[in-house]
Design a protein around this ligand. Structure first.
Ligand code: GAL
Length: 714
């Protein structure tokens, strides 16, 4: 009797240690399920970001069934780690796992999701290692853990696999492979439990939308954020900055904000967070002068506190055990540290009229950032702080502007899951044009924004090519902190650069509306072709370009069809950048008719075309029925209350329908429903195209002046 009792006890013990713990799923919104296993940690990505889901918008997307077979998702907690297994089908492709620079397809990859600067290889260490992936089958998975997560994205073969590969004899079988087929995504989270989320579709784009809305929706930048921005050389003084703004004006180049690099501060690396009085003797006067020219200011900083900073003494008790460039690291998860840190920025700069920040160096690398053995007064581990520092700095800086009812739009070098709603764009020091475009594609899977910034170039051709793609990105920017370049630096292409900077301004009503969709509907403004309905890669093209990762991806077939050099910009535009040295390229047009953006001519339908656009053009195509609202080529974004005329362009044969977003462009009043969507319709009647726009809504901001129509396709 006693023996059998003991036997039973041992059996139960073994079972609880070796078999999948039950994952508890609850639906938290239409198409969104929360799973819990073990004991999730108190501090996670969603706690750090404070993201609040937009339940109304999720409800509008409608309900769907749980997208996987629940028993196919397995979880075990063992040895203070959570082991997760998700099923993968044969034909399934997966995307995401953060801001990758070289690969869009993630199936077959092994990654460790770790906030870091990108060091030239997609291995999980990146500026936004968002633990979210989306499947071509139309669902998404998010792991809400502020931990370094190990990912085996369809690489390992389980004994209990439902579709195990057949063993092959290497001696005689030529089809033997060192990497047999795997039917699972597996993850290791170093924690005693974890909270995870599953997002339904039905399409992959719907799953991404649900993920973004679950994060509160994407950010809505101020209108001026979507204009052009120049970052000046690091030691510029106030006179030089004012002269720079004047040069832009005199030469007729648009400019909405100027970024000041480290030299605006009295000391940097570590930082003082106060103006350098030799270069900026009268900051208030300087900010006023700039604002009177219609140019706002964005200030670079890293968060590491110099002993010479006025906040050093007060913030020191709330900093971590290790320094970064001998500067102390504020524990921004503590209210005391935040009050002092953001209080200084507000008092010294924001109250003067500064419009935003570039928060540098909150990503990595290991050689200079705090090590994993560092401790923080909040008790959060160094690893948790590493994974969330970008979230914290974005969240609480946005709060300062929010409290003043002013929108901001800035730059940051780290983001993570939960951060979609923050008005910050990621950038880095890497400078490969092709990889910059792949990052832009992947940003749409990660709930982040990315700018392929322009810094320097060897030739006018390279300068123009980089500039052209930058204009079709979330932030049109030259970062001349080191190079001192200007848009007109290469005289042989100065006019073309001006033309594209001007085009950026003209397209502002389109960009602004597409960002409103990011905010209200969760649709990423810049995204992969793979999210586009009608997009197929099996159009008979073998390999569009050399795939650097081919040798490490066993799914050769899938990898060879990876499209990482063309993307969607807003609802209607397909952008296919040209790279230095290229005179022609292939473009895949999804099913449905596509038209040339510049001429309105028919370009193709569900086919691969080869284009030779010349140096003056970046190939851009418009979907059939596409509406592109344009404004006059102003040098600065329209201010709150300013009316601008619209030229509404229509492309193709289908009638057009577009909801044009409008609000004051500068405040958070849109959160109180102080906005409108004006309905635009175009149709052909008796062989004649005509258009209509709904009347402005009474009591809502109205920035639209006269409307003219341009039917681009003859
Ligand atoms: C780098 C940053 C550059 C520039 C520079 C100034 O970390 O990526 O864009 O701001 O610092 O020192």
């Amino acid at each position: 009797m006693r023996i059998s009792k003991l036997y039973f006890f041992v059996l139960v013990f073994i079972a609880s240690n070796n078999f999948a713990q039950s994952l508890q799923w609850t639906q938290v919104a239409p198409g969104v399920w929360k799973g819990i296993v073990g004991k999730p940690e108190d501090y996670d990505l969603l706690k750090a970001s404070g993201a609040v889901m937009n339940k109304g918008a999720l409800t509008k997307l409608g309900n769907v069934l749980f997208p996987l077979v629940q028993s196919d998702i397995k979880a075990i907690v063992r040895d203070h780690k959570t082991y997760l297994t998700f099923p993968l089908d044969k034909a399934e492709q997966i995307f995401g796992f953060g801001l990758n620079f070289q690969t869009v397809h993630q199936r077959g990859k092994i990654l460790e999701l770790h906030v870091d600067n990108f060091a030239g290889k997609d291995n999980g260490r990146t500026h936004a290692p968002t633990p979210f992936y989306v499947s071509s089958k139309g669902y998404g998975v998010f792991i809400n853990a502020a931990r370094y997560i190990k990912v085996y994205a369809g690489t390992a073969v389980r004994k209990d696999s439902k579709n195990p590969p057949v063993a092959q004899d290497r001696n005689l079988d030529k089809s033997w492979t060192s990497r047999p087929y795997s039917d699972a995504v597996e993850m290791l989270v170093p924690a005693d439990g974890v909270e995870l989320y599953l997002f339904g579709g039905p399409t992959a784009l719907d799953a991404v939308r649900r993920y973004n809305l679950f994060n509160g929706g994407g950010c809505l930048p101020p209108r001026w954020g979507l204009g052009f921005t120049q970052r000046v050389q690091r030691l510029y003084n106030s006179e030089q900055v004012e002269k720079e703004a004047k040069d832009f004006e005199d030469k007729g180049y648009p400019l909405d904000f100027i970024g000041l690099e480290p030299g605006w501060q009295s000391k940097s690396y570590p930082c003082t967070f106060e103006w350098d009085k030799t270069r900026f003797p009268n900051p208030q006067q300087f900010v006023n002068n700039m604002l009177s020219k219609g140019v706002r200011l964005n200030l670079w900083t890293n968060p590491y506190v110099s002993k010479e900073s006025p906040i050093y003494k007060s913030i020191s008790p709330y900093t971590g055990s290790h320094t970064v460039w001998v500067g102390e690291v504020p524990d921004l998860s503590l209210p005391e540290a935040r009050k002092i840190f953001f209080g200084q920025l507000k008092k010294d700069q924001i109250n003067l009229g500064v419009s935003g920040y570039k928060f540098d160096e909150v990503d990595g690398g290991d050689q200079y950032l705090w090590p994993d053995v560092a401790t923080f007064p909040s008790g959060h581990t160094a690893e948790q702080m590493r994974q969330t520092y970008g979230l914290l700095i974005m969240r609480y800086s946005t709060q300062v502007f929010h409290d003043m009812n002013k929108r901001t739009f800035g730059l940051v070098r780290a983001n993570n899951g939960g951060g979609a709603s923050f008005p910050y764009v990621i950038y880095n020091d890497y400078y490969n044009h092709e990889d910059f475009i792949t990052a832009l594609i992947n940003s749409g899977f990660a709930g982040v924004l990315w700018t392929p910034e322009v810094r320097a170039s060897k030739t006018g051709e390279e300068w123009l090519r980089r500039f052209q793609s930058n204009v079709f990105s979330p932030m049109a920017m030259i970062n001349a902190w080191s190079s001192g370049t200007k848009p007109w630096t290469f005289p042989e292409v100065a006019e073309q650069v001006k033309e594209f900077a001007t085009l950026r301004m003209q397209m502002m009503p389109y960009w602004y509306t597409e960002f409103a969709k990011y905010h209200f509907e969760g649709t990423p403004p810049f995204r992969a072709m793979n999210l586009e309905p009608g997009f197929q890669t099996d159009l008979g093209i073998k390999k569009l370009e050399a795939n650097k990762n081919l040798e490490e991806n066993p799914y050769e077939e899938a990898a060879s069809k990876e499209i990482k050099d063309q993307y969607m910009a807003g609802e209607y535009l397909l952008v296919a950048p040209m790279f230095t040295g290229q005179t022609s390229r292939k473009v895949i047009l999804p099913k449905g008719k596509w038209y040339d953006f510049y001429t309105g001519e028919f370009a193709g339908d569900g086919q691969v075309i080869t284009v030779t656009p010349g140096l003056n053009k970046i190939p851009v195509y418009v979907k059939d029925g596409g509406i592109i609202p344009m404004m006059p080529p102003l040098l600065h974004a329209p201010k709150a209350g300013q009316k601008v005329d619209l030229e509404i362009r229509h492309y193709g044969e289908k009638p057009g329908h577009y909801l044009l977003y409008d609000d004051d462009g500068e405040t958070f009043n849109y959160e109180k429903e102080d906005y409108s969507f004006r309905e635009i319709r175009t149709e052909k009647r008796n062989g004649q195209w005509g258009g209509s726009i709904s009347a402005p809504q009474r009591g809502k901001p109205n920035s639209i002046g006269n409307v003219t129509w341009k039917f681009m396709t003859k």
